[in-house]
Design a protein around this ligand. Structure first.
Ligand SMILES: [Mg+2]
Length: 109
């Protein structure tokens, strides 16, 4: 089967793509805690990329600007993967959580 993300994908399509991609590449599909660590690592890479792209951040000599888009894509991949490992439909989870969030009172800064 050819690994290809269909055009106009749904969130479920992304989750299915990630599941197939991980199987094809022989990546971890069972160790949930390890996957959490990889997700956290990628979140750190987002922070690093944002810092390197911001004017206020300190950039070491020889350091190149981080690619925020790439790192956010990595986080999204691991988010899909972790959801897959827990049989979670991310769209459904998003909708249900937002319904809860709508009932909350939010303090404005
Ligand atoms: Mg990365």
């Amino acid at each position: 089967m050819i690994l290809e993300l269909k055009s106009n994908p749904t969130l479920k399509d992304f989750q299915n793509y990630v599941m197939q991609m991980k199987q094809e590449r022989g990546f971890n599909t069972t160790d949930k805690f390890y996957e959490c660590c990889l997700l956290a690592e990628e979140c750190g890479e987002v922070i690093s990329a944002v810092r390197k792209n911001s004017k206020s951040g300190s950039i070491g000599s020889g350091s190149v600007a981080g690619n925020v888009a790439e790192e956010l894509a990595d986080v999204f991949i691991y988010l899909c993967s972790l959801a897959n490992m827990h049989d979670i439909d991310l769209e459904q989870a998003f909708r249900e959580k937002e319904e809860k969030n709508k009932q909350r009172t939010w303090k404005r800064l």
